[in-house]
Design a protein around this ligand. Structure first.
Ligand SMILES: *Cc1c(COP(=O)(O)O)cnc(C)c1O
Length: 391
């Protein structure tokens, strides 16, 4: 162990109580939080119990405000471009359903799109007459940029919307190249970065997305039930949130209202305050380690694991893309993914079952695959323990 790719592995493991219990390879599901996140959440909840929830929020106001700076700093945004939302799905929804779609508008997406997003496209297609079109993959199995460019050139595209890293495969979509094409054609770009924030170095200016959604509990190592939305300052006022409350807007009684001018128009008043403070602490923790070092460590460890799995007879690694992510997916001959997961769990090794077939645009969809998603705090021994646990 020791230092690897700029990450002090012994130190980050010592910061992570769960490392003493499990070989946690389910970071794409929910990562193990580090001590500063655990403490931030526990301390605020304890304060609520001690002095009252509203009183605790007043006392914790600086920590709540710090969340916006911490998340903005992590992704190269400005604090007024960040909204705190309870999960990535609702964050994405608040942006997507704010777009004023009209009859015939084209929505372009990718084969690996997340099923919740695909359902939302279908709903808007039925309600507004928008058209959903799936851009094909290139030879590496990621979104084909030449095909995207050709579709953009035809005109009528209202939105390009895709995932950066899908939930069930190690591929990484070329987000920055997509952003460049969208800017050239003056088309909105919504990026589902649920699996990439805290995993890869994500910079909204470099990517050129207009909107980005992410969750707290996955690679960011924050609490469950937290997430955020980024909306570029220049477009926020053109997006009317599908729901408004008394913090998102001000009631001009009796029959008017004025919506906030910043990204917090996508928030609601009531929230998991301890979670918001904890997610700010998680963003601080990632920034202190450095996202470039995290990306190098995570993708390096995943490459090691793919090599180990490929050497094992009967194992097929499924990840697509030229430079795959920290998510490793595979099958084991003669055993279902559920059996592999159960065998691993018996030895305190956590993996999950991915269901590519539920991602209905994917032409490669298998019924199920094992997903082992590594994080920078995983050790070589964690990988050995998974190999030893395979049936
Ligand atoms: C997990 C995931 C989501 C949903 O995130 P929640 O926080 O569960 O709402 C969306 N998109 C992708 C690609 C995901 O992996």
């Amino acid at each position: 162990m020791g230092t690897d790719g700029g990450i002090d592995v012994d130190k980050v493991r010592a910061d992570t109580p769960g490392c003493a219990r499990v070989a946690h390879l389910n970071n794409a599901g929910a990562a193990l939080p580090p001590a500063p996140v655990i403490e931030a959440v526990a301390e605020h909840f304890a304060l609520e119990a001690e002095i009252g929830g509203y009183e605790a929020a007043e006392q914790g106001e600086d920590a709540v405000e710090h969340f916006y700076d911490a998340v903005a700093g992590l992704i190269g945004a400005r604090a007024d471009e960040i909204a705190y939302v309870e999960n990535a799905t609702r964050a994405w929804d608040m942006a997507f359903y704010a777009i004023p779609f009209a009859e015939g508008d084209r929505i372009l997406t990718t084969t690996s799109e997340y099923s919740s997003n695909a359902i939302a496209y279908q709903q808007i297609a039925a309600a507004k007459g928008a058209r959903v079109e799936v851009v094909p993959d290139d030879a590496n199995g990621t979104l084909a940029l030449d095909a995207l460019e050709a579709e953009l050139a035809k005109g009528g595209v209202r939105l390009v919307s895709l995932n950066h890293i899908p939930t069930y495969n190690g591929l990484v979509n070329p987000a920055a190249e997509v952003g460049r094409l969208c800017r050239e054609h003056g088309v909105l770009f919504l990026l589902d970065a649920c699996q990439s924030v805290g995993h890869l170095a994500v910079d909204v200016a470099e990517i050129g997305c207009d909107m980005l959604s992410a969750t707290g509990r996955k690679y960011l190592r924050g609490p469950r039930g937290t997430g955020f939305l980024y909306v570029r300052r220049e477009i926020v006022q053109a997006l009317e949130p599908p729901f408004l409350d008394l913090t998102a807007a001000e009631w001009k009684a009796p029959d008017g209202y004025e919506i906030r001018g910043d990204a917090r128009r996508f928030e609601t008043w009531e929230r998991y305050v301890a979670g918001q403070i904890g997610l700010g602490a998680a963003a601080d923790y990632a920034s202190a380690l450095g996202m470039a070092a995290i990306e190098e460590r995570v993708t390096g460890l995943a490459a090691d694991l793919r090599r180990m799995l490929a050497d094992r007879p009967g194992v097929t690694v499924l990840d697509r893309g030229e430079r795959p992510s920290g998510i490793v997916t595979f099958t084991v001959d003669g055993h279902s993914a559920a059996e592999v997961k159960a065998a691993a769990r018996e030895r305190d090794v956590n993996v999950s079952v991915a269901q590519p077939r539920t991602h209905g645009y994917d032409p490669h969809g298998l019924d199920s695959a094992v997903r082992a998603s590594v994080h920078y705090y995983n050790s070589d021994e964690d990988l050995d323990r998974l190999l030893a646990a395979l049936p």
